[in-house]
Design a protein around this ligand. Structure first.
Ligand code: ADP
Length: 257
């Protein structure tokens, strides 16, 4: 945690941020960061000013997905200047580490303090939407985000699930967390729902399908759509940087719209 010497009381770095949306998932590896990035790019595509705050402190993957994990953040009078990648403003702990692959082995209070700084000390400027990529589950980090965003309106949360995760109840716990903390569920996205053949582009359901939709009905939430497993997407994510170029053509883009 870095002392920037800022007076937080009158900084109001989120003052010009119109909407704050959390992205949640019950467990890791379901594609939360991927969908956060896609949501951000889809919003950019329709002309919105978008920021992404990556508070997945132990697994910050968005900078790598966008090919900017070696970037450093700079400071201005209002605090940290987010890294700008193709008009997207991004802040992540990866930018503060000497080696972006360093493991973060921190106890709760230290994580909470850094999240407090991320919320108050990043100079986002004017944004239509700030997407907050959270760690999997419901942990200290989630409570820290909500606690620090108390003064500002959190518009709600988008829940990411895979068809299998729906049946294990991980997402249900996430729903309970939202209810208990008063966070509105904006909708549910089912990721990895089917596989897109790279040759004929036909989508085959490998696992069960429709679980996300069922869960949405059950909880009275909106089902926002299903995103298939797309080899083009995972390849561009793994390679980093090509994601932006591959994105508009990827099957996932049309799905999320
Ligand atoms: P999480 O943030 O939930 O831990 P990630 O977004 O990091 O998950 O995704 C985990 C892995 O799955 C990554 O390697 C990513 O490229 C891959 N992945 C996620 N969604 C898809 C998808 N729809 N198609 C192909 N690969 C995907």
């Amino acid at each position: 945690v870095v002392n920037l010497g800022l007076d937080r009381s009158d900084r109001g770095n989120l003052e010009k941020v119109q909407h704050v949306v959390l992205v949640l998932s019950g467990k890791g590896g379901v594609g939360k960061s991927t969908i956060t990035t896609e949501l951000a790019l889809a919003l950019l595509h329709v002309g919105k000013k978008v920021g992404v705050l990556d508070v997945d402190l132990c697994g910050p993957s968005i900078p790598r997905m966008l090919g900017v994990n070696k970037h450093e953040v700079h400071q201005c009078d209002a605090g940290w200047v987010p890294v700008c990648v193709d008009h997207l403003s991004l802040m992540s702990i990866a930018f503060l580490l000497d080696d972006p692959d360093d493991a973060i082995v921190w106890r709760g209070p230290k994580k909470t303090a850094l999240i407090g700084q991320f919320v108050s000390d990043v100079a986002w400027g004017e944004l239509d939407v700030l997407l907050v990529d959270t760690p999997p589950g419901t942990s200290d980090e989630h409570l820290a985000v909500l606690e620090n965003l108390k003064k500002h309106r959190v518009d709600g949360a988008v829940l990411i699930t895979t068809p299998q995760a729906v049946s294990t109840g991980d997402v249900r716990r996430e729903i309970t967390f939202c209810k208990k903390t008063g966070v509105k569920i904006l909708g549910i996205v089912e990721n990895m729902s089917g596989f897109v053949c790279p040759y004929c582009t036909e989508c085959t359901s490998i696992f069960s399908k429709g679980g996300g939709e069922e869960l949405a009905k059950l909880t009275g939430s909106e089902f926002l759509g299903s995103v298939p497993l797309d080899p083009l997407l995972s390849a561009s994510v793994e390679e980093g940087g090509d994601f932006l170029q591959a994105f508009p053509e990827s099957a996932t883009y049309s799905s999320i719209r």
